[in-house]
Ligand binder design. Structure first.
Ligand code: TXA
Ligand code: MG
Length: 341
């Protein structure tokens, strides 16, 4: 399978592939997407096939301008409060890592929506994603470009590792800067429901539109939020910082600290107990953000999990992030990685 640097010619070539019903992996600011023409049912069917994803798990449709919104979503059923929320959110947060669930237009295939009467829509900020969408039909269905249940890709190499031979092209646009998937917010219910924590924090949403309720991720309304998801090959366990810092070292295990202060406390504990100190830096012991910044930690999350998973470790022991900013999005991914056990 070809992986091309995402210059103008490569993006044009990718758009041609999409218009013929083919599949292209492309960079977005959150993670890489596995794109197919949202208006072509056989392309949609190929996406499920390539990912090994169950058909009931609906896709996000990506657009590259607000003018396309009403071709995908039917705003008719929304009351004035819901419309105001939609206007506020799109004005402040689009393009960006926010996916909105809205009533669907009848022309949108039930294949894209898992048979639901609603559709998930996102306007990504990444310039390569925007150019690709504009040069194709204007509506690109794209789940994250990983095999179902596996780690989401933040680099073209991650996509190649998982989907080689199953798709037509990878556009390589470097590393995805946000590093966790978009926040999914259901605007078809009142109050709006947060179906997946992601690249836009709950605090930011609530500052703009008032209270949102936490969606029950396991409910059939967001079927993608299955417990076993985002799984590395090595078993992963999630710990509060203090609990992780109290563990003994094991040279066959990986340690994933949220911040340096926990890593330092762990080293201090090992020293106090007279244990062997690992000679840092070592690839199996990683810190997501030395200063403990949740946005920096989110940006490093999948990249670091891929790196740890390539080491053939017997176990990965990870520190939970604080429950603020992008912390809940990080913890959601780590919790589901753990659910794979
Ligand atoms: O950042 C992202 O959102 C990435 C990039 C590529 O844009 N895409 C992504 O897609 O994460 P995916 O398919 O891995 O996750 C889509 C999520 C799933 O949890 C799915 O269940 C939910 O969105 N979803 C899609 N349509 C829905 C709908 N109509 N109602 C409720 N949830 C929906
Ligand atoms: Mg995914």
């Amino acid at each position: 399978m070809r992986s091309l640097k995402a210059d103008d010619a490569a993006v044009r070539f990718a758009a041609e592939i999409l218009s013929k019903g083919g599949l292209v992996a492309f960079p977005t600011e959150t993670v890489y997407g596995l794109g197919g023409d949202a208006l072509n049912p056989s392309a949609l069917a190929r996406i499920f096939e390539a990912k090994g994803r169950p058909r009931f798990d609906p896709l996000i449709i990506h657009i590259a301008g607000l003018e396309t919104l009403e071709e995908i979503a039917d705003l008719g059923p929304l009351d004035s409060r819901a419309r105001l929320r939609l206007e506020t959110l799109t004005a402040h947060l689009w393009p960006g890592p926010l996916t909105l669930v809205l009533p669907k237009q009848t022309r949108i295939s039930g294949l894209a929506t898992g048979g639901l009467p609603t559709v998930a829509i996102r306007f990504p900020a990444h310039p390569v994603a925007q150019a690709l969408i504009r040069l194709s039909s204007g509506a690109v269905a794209a789940p994250s470009a990983n095999r179902f249940g596996c780690l989401s890709p933040t680099r073209a190499e991650h996509v190649l590792e998982q989907l080689d031979g199953k798709i037509d092209l990878i556009l390589d646009g470097g590393r995805s800067p946000v590093g966790v998937e978009s926040t999914v917010l259901d605007l078809s219910s009142d109050p709006p429901r947060l179906l997946r924590p992601g690249g836009v924090s709950r605090e930011r949403l609530e500052a703009l539109i008032g209270p949102v309720c936490a969606g029950d991720g396991s409910s059939p309304r967001s079927p993608g939020q299955l417990t076993s998801h985002y799984a590395p090959r090595a078993p992963l366990s999630l710990y509060a910082g203090k609990a992780l810092a109290a563990l003994d070292d094991n040279p066959r295990e990986g340690f994933l600290f949220f911040c340096s202060s926990t890593c330092n406390a762990w080293l201090e504990g090992l020293r106090a107990r007279g244990g062997n100190l690992p000679a840092l830096p070592v690839p199996r012991i990683r810190t997501l953000s030395s200063r403990g910044d949740p946005c920096e930690a989110a940006a490093n999350l999948f990249d670091t999990l891929y790196a740890l998973d390539g080491l053939g470790l017997t176990h990965i022991r990870a520190e939970a992030a604080p429950e603020e900013s992008l912390g809940p999005a990080i913890n959601d991914r780590l919790f589901r990685a753990q659910g794979a056990l």
